[in-house]
Design a protein around this ligand. Sequence first.
Ligand code: SF4
Length: 342
Amino acid sequence: MLTDIKNFSIDQIKTWLETNGVQVYRAGQIFNQIYLHQADDFNNMTNLSKELRRLLAQHYTISRLEKVKKSISKDGSEKYIFKLTDGNLIETVLIPEKNHATICISCQVGCALGCQFCRTAQNGFIRNLTSGEIIAQVRDIRQEMDNPQRLTNIVLMGMGEPLANYQNVVKAVNTLTDRHFGLQFASRRVTLSTAGIIPKIALLGHDTNVNLAISLNAADNDTRSRLMPVNRKYPLKELLNACRGFPLKPRRRITIEYVLIKGINASTADAHRLARLLRPLKVKINLIPYNEYGKNSFQRPEFDTIQAFREILVNHHYTVIIRHSKGRDISAACGQLRAQLL
Ligand code: SF4
């Protein structure tokens, strides 16, 4: 079976060309055709010789994802459901902001980490996405946009834990941010969010230049382990040590994401504990009031509780943003992605 060429890095394609007796600089031309000119067919790459086009077509495809559903929220967010070649479904969300748009992409079908507040976890883990499938979410949706220039930001916060699919994610990110031969996104506008796979955090800082976000959600180990079983393996102290060791670029900060859940992690005592816990780190804090779903789920705290939590952190001199997730009416908000057609 032919493989999607987007699963390969430019260096891998250079090696392949060399093995086949073709000059390696052709790899740049091929990548430009795919990522800059959106080519879908090797035959149309007229700057390549007929033989090379034939050779490419014998070994590779340039796949697109099959879009099976697109929902548009009242706030303008767009949720796409894509069917992969093996029939699995994934979701991608395009979020319009004032002057730009952000795309939230998935890295796995389902997720093994089982966070209690997350709908993706309910599907269990099915498989990792290939780097081609990760890239295609951005490439395909960008091509559909009226004004593709608006799409400047990428967040890896959709379905799955990015650092549990490390190699494919890094390869995809490096193609997305390649200024010469890739999709040319600025790495400072790409943010990867992890539940805290500690051994991969340092590696990520070495292998990419993207921003790091930590899905923290509790300031003590008991609560965090209850909400996020991954905390039993990678507890808070070690996680924050890994954050301290992350090579931050000048003027950048780590984003701390904190889903506020009524009666679980949203008290004033929790806020004070969080402020103490994060003290030595360069962070900004995103507070995300829980997005309710179903009958038995957690609840969102009252407005006053959310404001009081925020104020405590602000008084400790943190930058705090209350993020009211977009796309709640189409189940596209944080924690709601499940990739169901109904
Ligand atoms: S919050 Fe992220 S890491 Fe946790 S189960 Fe959901 S997708 Fe996985």
